[in-house]
Design a protein around this ligand. Structure first.
Ligand code: DSN
Length: 418
């Protein structure tokens, strides 16, 4: 419906949107942080709630006319609490970074020290990168992974915490393929009197269905995005366990860091949380893990080096430099044959971030599209075929044909409103 009007009124925008639909149809989406939302999520997202200003919280708004905004936000909160087994939820953050900013504003003063995972070892921009607000306004101490097995060195985290006495510690990542030990993080946080924030943006879907140990009631505060494994609209979420922390987080989201909430996005979050509470979502998440594992195994069978020797979650970090190709070249070459993934630093990378030695792959989007273990094995081989024959145009054509065949076998129509 939406696009039929747009086609008439604004053909320029319409054309771009149709081209994006086609791109999603024709390519295999393997960016670990992306997914495909359902039609129901899209419908809620494109609802007239986009027109409504609703500063404040349900029952305590600054403007009138918020009765339905109140209902939808209350429903989203209840579903989020049920899904994660949390006492309190704030569904207003526009993104994961905004959720994190609200936590920093709640527990830290400018110049205070916090401990987060190094971006180059798999952390996130908002966990203390020098170019991000988190690194500009606070004193950042970073932890990383061990060189030998590329897993988080909890003893080193412990030593850093004792030495620097951070006020806040972050357990979370954007490129770490292994389970996080939230209980160990909390033990360390308690010893030094720090608040523990778990950022489960990548693994929220796994946590929700018990396919990754939960951070709820282990960390003081949990932040997440809603659009990665959780398969909802783009956005953020904060979960907490006590009334005191809930009040603090609410005030730091609004008026602390945001103005009016995006009510149409909150409606779409409610739909996505409802979907994640269904039994088939658990089946989906289990398949996400199986598929990522198959991909890692395929890479290793073909002699490629995979960071940490495999995966426990939805992502695989492939060390392409060990085969003489940079992450940037590998990601561009993959893009040229229809596989979308991103270059990524690997731990102890010798290349600058814009070049990088790795490529990060994720299974969430293609699993939603319907690909199973056999297809992921096939995709893994196609990726290796390309990376092993980067100069060979015939090999490239064969890989491209394989990608096209898979894409056609799993059509995307059911993810569209028109
Ligand atoms: N851009 C996201 C990711 O790809 O992990 C994190 O913000």
């Amino acid at each position: 419906m939406l696009k039929q009007y747009l086609k008439q009124s604004d053909p320029d925008v319409y054309d771009i949107l149709v081209r994006e639909d086609r791109r999603q149809d024709e390519n295999l989406e393997m960016i670990a942080s992306e997914n495909f939302v359902s039609r129901s999520v899209l419908e809620a997202y494109s609802s007239t709630l986009t027109n409504k200003y609703a500063e404040g919280y349900p029952g305590k708004r600054y403007y009138n006319g918020c009765e339905h905004a109140d209902s939808i936000e209350s429903l989203a909160i209840e579903r989020a609490k049920k899904l994660f087994g949390a006492e309190y939820a704030n569904v207003q953050p526009h993104s994961g970074a905004q959720a994190n900013m609200a936590v920093f504003l709640g527990f830290l003063q400018p110049g205070d020290t916090f401990l987060g995972m190094d971006l180059n070892h798999g952390g996130h921009l908002s966990h203390g990168s020098r170019v991000n607000f988190s690194g500009r306004y606070f004193n950042v101490v970073s932890y990383g992974v061990r060189q030998d097995d590329q897993r988080i060195d909890y003893d080193a985290v412990h030593s850093l915490a004792k030495e620097h006495k951070p006020k806040l510690m972050i357990a979370g990542f954007s490129a770490y393929p292994r389970e996080l030990d939230f209980a160990r993080f909390r033990e360390i946080a308690d010893e030094v009197g720090a608040i523990l924030m778990a950022d489960i943006a990548h693994i929220a879907g796994l946590v929700a269905v018990g396919e990754h140990p939960t951070s709820i009631n282990v960390a003081h505060i949990t932040t997440t995005t809603t659009h990665k494994t959780l398969r909802g609209p783009r956005g953020g979420l904060i979960l907490s366990n006590t009334e005191e922390h809930n009040k603090l987080m609410n005030s730091r989201v609004f008026p602390g860091t945001q103005g009016g909430p995006l009510m149409h996005v909150i409606a779409a979050k409610a739909v996505a949380f409802g979907e994640a509470l269904q039994a088939d979502y658990r089946t989906y998440i289990k398949q996400v893990k199986v598929n990522a594992n198959v991909l890692a195994e395929t890479f290793m069978e073909r002699g490629f080096s995979v960071v940490s020797g495999g995966t426990d979650n939805h992502l695989v970090l492939l060390d392409v430099m060990s085969r003489g190709v940079t992450g940037a070249v590998a990601a561009d070459e993959l893009h040229a044959v229809g596989i979308t993934a991103n270059k990524n630093a690997i731990p102890f990378d010798t290349q600058p971030p814009a070049v990088a030695s790795g490529v990060r792959f994720g299974s969430p989007a293609l699993t939603t599209r319907g690909l199973g273990a056999d297809e992921f094995r096939r995709v893994g081989h196609l990726i290796c075929d390309l990376l092993e024959n980067i100069e060979d145009s015939k090999a490239r054509e064969q890989v491209q044909a394989g990608v096209r065949e898979l894409a056609q076998k799993f059509p995307m129509d059911r993810f569209r409103l028109d």
